[in-house]
Design a binder for this molecule. Structure first.
Ligand SMILES: Cc1cc2nc3c(=O)[nH]c(=O)nc-3n(C[C@H](O)[C@H](O)[C@H](O)COP(=O)(O)OP(=O)(O)OC[C@H]3O[C@@H](n4cnc5c(N)ncnc54)[C@H](O)[C@@H]3O)c2cc1C
Length: 463
């Protein structure tokens, strides 16, 4: 478990945020991935923090199905883990992702090995979200100036920055801090309070698909029940999508995504069995308790958040899902949350610890970047839903092209998003330009081939 190591990637600034542990604490709302990474970041800068988490400690009361799914962890998180000195605690639990299998409705399975670099940092890893939070909690607890308070729920924030929350005994309390970090997820109370204070535009929408989480335990001999050469198993169907991600302990976590109406159509035992039989007959043997799990798993809606601004003066900043929850079809929500923390630290450095300037810069740069992530995640969903093999074939063709082309000339979008810290809006813009050039190239090649064919036919059959 964690030791009190410090990350060593960035020098620590000598700015006016370099307070000692006796100073006012930063108040972090939400003890999820983003909030705990933020606490580690402030600790590295010598700033005391209090983390208020509305739930019970997950090491005492495990999360219910719906929030304990497996995450794809990529470079942006890796940078944060390394910088905040927790990579070595997390590394043993990471499963490198090397292949995916697409299970088509006719029973055919198409396997694709993932084109990836041999550099460890340029890999995608799978890790259970709950386990990651537990590892982060252990790391935070080993740092003396981080105070984590479970069962403490934020109620509101005043203009002065004072927070009101209910504690574990249900009593209402107030606390003043240096500033407030809203890392309280898609249904953020901090965001709600901030909206009244700075009149920013906030859009919250629910995606047409929600999901149910289904777990697959390993076999009695401890092996993965899916083909272990492919860690991601996708079952796209016309009205739903089932995806299973493998964990290091050989269990797998599945999420079935579909519309509310489709979930409603399978309620009785007979309807559920029929629903599964027609869509995923092979899964019935892999998950013998599917009926029980299906009935017990709640349907979780997927919220999408767009904010025109992420801060209020030098008093409040929102990060992670609180600022920009996205649909999970590019596997970047947690990675973007981890990156928010790194970027905030970089701006604190750049502005010599001036909190207001760092917050303003966050709003200025991260809003458009995260909006692009939202757009790319939605288009990935459309591609997956269409059940077409084209997106995967395109991925493979692009990876082959990338091998023979210099990076400055061509780089596939997933490579830019997963294995670099290129802002999402820059990545999206570059991918669009590349797509236009490639389409023009293929159209040109097609015309040239047709012309050559026409010429050959004319030569063979002269008039
Ligand atoms: C099905 C699915 C699959 C996903 N797969 C991936 C993936 O492969 N890769 C990836 O990068 N991302 C993925 N994501 C997204 C990822 O889970 C989120 O982006 C990430 O968890 C966001 O972290 P966060 O800390 O900002 O918010 P959260 O994880 O939501 O944490 C917020 C915390 O705040 C607490 N809280 C809420 N309200 C209050 C309050 N009023 N007071 C105090 N505490 C409060 C909550 O209890 C929670 O602990 C997926 C999401 C879903 C739904």
């Amino acid at each position: 478990m964690a030791t009190a190591r410090k990350g060593s990637v960035l020098p620590i600034a000598n700015g006016n945020d370099m307070k000692n542990s006796n100073d006012e604490p930063v108040l972090i709302i939400g003890g999820g991935i983003c909030g705990l990474l933020a606490a580690l970041m402030f600790e590295r800068r010598g700033m005391r923090s209090i983390v208020y988490e509305s739930r019970e400690d997950p090491r005492i009361k495990p999360w219910q199905a719906g929030s304990a799914f497996t995450l794809g962890i990529s470079y942006r998180s890796w940078v944060a883990f390394e910088r905040y000195g927790i990579l070595e605690d997390i590394r043993p639990h990471l499963l490198p992702f090397v292949g995916r299998a697409v299970h088509l409705p006719d029973g055919t399975i198409r396997r694709f090995h993932v084109p990836c670099s041999d550099q460890t940092k340029k890999l995608l890893f799978f890790l259970a979200r709950e386990l990651l939070v537990k590892l982060l909690l252990a790391a935070c607890e080993s740092r003396k100036i981080i105070d984590i308070r479970f069962n403490c729920k934020l109620v509101r924030i005043a203009q002065s920055g004072e927070i009101t929350y209910t504690d574990a005994k249900g009593q209402t309390r107030s606390q003043m801090g240096r500033f407030v970090v809203g890392a309280d997820g898609a249904h953020s109370k901090v965001r709600e309070s901030m909206q009244f204070l700075n009149f920013c535009t906030i859009r919250k929408a629910y995606h047409e698909y929600g999901y149910k989480q289904i777990n697959v335990t390993p076999t009695a001999s401890g092996e993965c029940k899916f083909d272990p050469s492919t860690m991601l198993h996708m079952y796209p169907r016309s009205d739903c999508l089932f995806m299973f991600l493998q964990n290091k302990d050989q269990s797998s976590c599945g999420c079935c995504f579909t519309t509310h109406a489709t979930f409603e159509s399978a309620k009785t035992d007979e309807e559920i069995i029929e629903f599964w039989k027609t869509r995923w007959p092979d899964l019935m043997t892999i998950i013998p308790d599917f009926l029980k799990q299906w009935k017990e798993a709640p349907v979780t809606p997927i919220a999408q958040i767009q904010c025109s601004q992420y801060h209020f003066k030098d008093k409040i900043i929102i990060l992670g899902d609180a600022a920009h929850a996205v649909v999970p079809f590019f596997g970047q929500g947690a990675n973007a949350a981890a990156e928010d923390v790194c970027v905030l630290e970089e701006f604190l450095d750049q502005f010599n610890g001036n909190v207001q300037m760092a917050f303003e810069k966050m709003s200025e740069t991260r809003v458009s970047s995260n909006q692009a992530l939202q757009d790319m995640s939605n288009s990935n969903f459309d591609a997956m839903k269409k059940m077409s093999m084209w997106p995967i074939i395109k991925l493979i063709l692009e990876a082959k092209l990338a091998k023979v082309t210099p990076t400055w000339l061509f780089e596939p979008l997933p490579t830019i998003v997963l294995y670099s810290r290129t802002p999402y809006d820059v990545a999206e813009k570059r991918a669009k330009t590349q797509d236009r050039v490639l389409s023009a190239l293929f159209t040109g090649l097609g015309i040239a081939c047709l012309a050559a064919l026409f010429k050959a036919v004319c030569a063979r059959f002269p008039a």
